[in-house]
Design a binder for this molecule. Structure first.
Ligand SMILES: Nc1ncnc2c1ncn2[C@@H]1O[C@H](COP(=O)(O)OP(=O)(O)OP(=O)(O)O)[C@@H](O)[C@H]1O
Ligand SMILES: [Mg+2]
Length: 283
């Protein structure tokens, strides 16, 4: 890969939290939520981070987004090192999609007003498209512009959140459990959308999930996290077919057979996701 294709470079990152009562540890203790993690994401790649609850995925995500603590190591986005808190302008380079799509939208603002607000705050980044074109990119009809968040479904709200992220032309899209709150059929649609956007926009996506079936459906490479460390990484197909680490084998064995992405498949295999039905996706 040439240098300009490298979007994210996480090198030996450590995030240490001061534990408090709310986190179930004794006050005064420290937790190494991320412990020497290195990974890269190039333009056009979807790179997965998977691990059970508490393995440090969100702590990693927040550090990458410039919203959380960095205790050691470096995070570099498009050649610029992220450390501590970034200015508002710098933060737009990484856009975050979270689990609860409704929670990420202002309940009092129509989709159109929310977009107008973003355009007002970031005029230099948002002039490249119209609201209608932007919504079409994420598979939404322009009718939706005049709705409030509670007037759209969970899947539509997640598409709106993705559209808002795209409007700012991020170098990296960081998705932390983006489909975990959605119905299985809607999950598959959102994953297809992300696969299409990776291609049409040449987007770099860091995709975080506890759900191996979802990771298998979309990620080119995957990193398996256990207690803050990456215990295994590699091309997704390889890691899934020949897991080297006992923990990965346990995670794989725990994929519930009857909770596939394709509800019609009783074997529980994830749907073969293609970009065919995605606007802007390849035919
Ligand atoms: N702000 C914080 N203060 C103290 N401890 C924290 C904080 N955030 C996370 N932790 C601790 O760090 C560890 C990693 O948490 P993190 O939320 O990063 O894991 P996760 O993999 O995202 O989990 P989940 O799958 O439940 O979202 C856990 O032990 C957690 O209790
Ligand atoms: Mg998390």
């Amino acid at each position: 890969m040439t240098r300009e294709r490298r979007i994210l470079d996480v090198d030996d990152l450590t995030v240490v939290h001061q534990a408090g009562g709310r986190w179930g540890n004794r006050r005064g203790d420290t937790v190494a939520a991320v412990d020497g993690v290195s990974l890269t994401v190039d333009a056009g790649e979807i790179i997965g981070v998977v691990g059970e609850s508490g393995s440090g995925k969100t702590s990693l995500a927040m550090a990458v987004a410039g919203l959380g603590r960095i205790s050691g190591g470096t995070v570099t986005v498009s050649g610029v090192q992220v450390s501590g808190r970034l200015s508002r302008a710098e933060r737009t380079r990484v856009q975050v999609i979270l689990q609860d799509p409704h929670g990420s939208l202002d309940p009092r603002q129509t989709v159109r007003r929310g977009l107008r607000e973003l355009r007002r705050i970031h005029p230099e980044r948002t002039g490249w498209t119209t609201d209608e074109e932007l919504l079409a990119k994420v598979g939404l009809n322009a009718d939706l512009l005049d709705r409030l968040p509670h007037q759209v479904s969970g899947g539509q709200a997640q598409r709106v959140a993705i559209a808002r992220a795209l409007l700012l032309r991020p170098a990296l899209l960081l998705a932390d459990e983006p489909t975990s709150a959605l119905d299985v059929s809607v999950q598959a649609q959102i994953l297809r959308l992300l696969l299409g956007l990776r291609r049409s926009e040449d987007l770099a996506i860091l995709f975080i999930s506890h759900d191996l079936a979802v990771v298998r459906a979309v990620c080119d490479r995957v990193h398996v996290m256990l207690r803050g460390r990456v215990v295994e990484h590699g091309p997704t197909a390889e890691v899934f077919e020949r897991p080297a680490h006992e923990y990965t084998r346990r995670l794989l064995a725990a994929i519930p057979g009857r909770r596939p992405l394709d509800p019609a498949d009783p074997a529980g295999r994830p749907v073969q996701v293609t970009t065919a039905s995605v606007p802007g996706g390849e035919p």
